[in-house]
Design a protein around this ligand. Structure first.
Ligand SMILES: CC(C)(COP(=O)(O)OP(=O)(O)OC[C@H]1O[C@@H](n2cnc3c(N)ncnc32)[C@H](O)[C@@H]1OP(=O)(O)O)[C@@H](O)C(=O)NCCC(=O)NCCS
Length: 227
């Protein structure tokens, strides 16, 4: 049976003070969050947890106050024991004021990246597969940053779904585009890939289940914290 993956993302417009985000977290999570060095990192951490609770509440009927997270040995955030027994899987990503979360019934990964100048071809030539490099080289120079981010977000979401780290794994997962639709090859073969873009970001999700339907919603901060 095809499963559904639920995905939420938002832009942090900073309308909600960090103190209010922190106050929404259980004690242990708040302490972990406060130990992070930068306020931006703290906002991403707190928001991602608030978004996951909201997502699991709305789509999986979990009571937000009961939800606890733990961390796998490889750093992956997961649901604590009582919830993980349901088979529910989660992933999150935060960068430059954007945050994305996903939940599914199979291992999943999400990645969001904002568009800024990168040494796209140089990085791709070092870490991507030969066919990905050829695809990127064939893009007009003005589209290379976007092309790079299309590949990067899908590959990073795939790495998270597979529970790996970036080191030594980027060229084991391959993405090909057929009429613009991404498909996984190599270790990504048979997984479900999904992608969208905003004015200044790329967002991708991967679920380790070949027939996943993605239901994706962009939220506003005020959806989570109504005044
Ligand atoms: C996972 C990874 C790809 C994320 O990269 P990123 O671009 O820095 O960050 P993102 O915001 O997109 O994602 C971060 C989130 O991914 C999750 N995450 C971390 N490690 C993960 C892993 N191995 N698999 C899946 N998810 C992971 C965490 O929830 C983290 O957020 P949190 O710290 O707030 O809980 C990268 O950190 C990585 O390669 N980590 C693994 C390092 C490793 O292999 N260590 C082994 C020890 S030698």
């Amino acid at each position: 049976m095809a499963g559904t993956a639920w995905l939420h993302w938002l832009r942090d417009d900073a309308q909600i003070p960090l103190m209010r985000l922190l106050a929404a977290l259980p004690d242990a999570e708040r302490r972990e969050c406060e130990s992070l060095a930068s306020p931006a990192r703290q906002r991403g951490f707190a928001l991602s947890r608030c978004m996951l609770r909201n997502l699991l509440h709305h789509h999986r009927q979990c009571a937000p106050g009961d939800i606890r997270f733990s961390r796998a040995e490889n750093g992956r955030l997961q649901l604590a024991k009582n919830f993980s027994a349901t088979g529910l899987q989660i992933s999150l990503s935060h960068t430059d004021g954007m945050t994305a979360v996903i939940c599914a019934d199979a291992p999943c990964g999400v990645d969001i990246e904002t568009v800024r100048e990168r040494r796209a071809l140089a990085i791709a030539r070092r870490y991507f597969t030969a066919s990905e490099i050829a695809w990127l080289e064939a893009q007009p120079a003005t589209s290379r940053t976007d092309g790079f981010l299309r590949l990067w977000t899908l590959k990073e979401a795939g790495i998270k779904a597979l529970g790996r780290g970036i080191a030594g794994n980027l060229d084991r997962l391959e993405v090909v585009f057929t009429e613009g639709v991404p498909e996984g090859r190599g270790d990504l073969a048979g997984l479900s890939l999904w992608q969208t873009a905003g004015p200044d970001y790329w967002l991708a999700a991967v679920v380790a289940d070949s027939r996943t339907t993605f239901v994706a919603t962009e939220l506003a901060l005020s959806d989570l914290f109504p005044s």
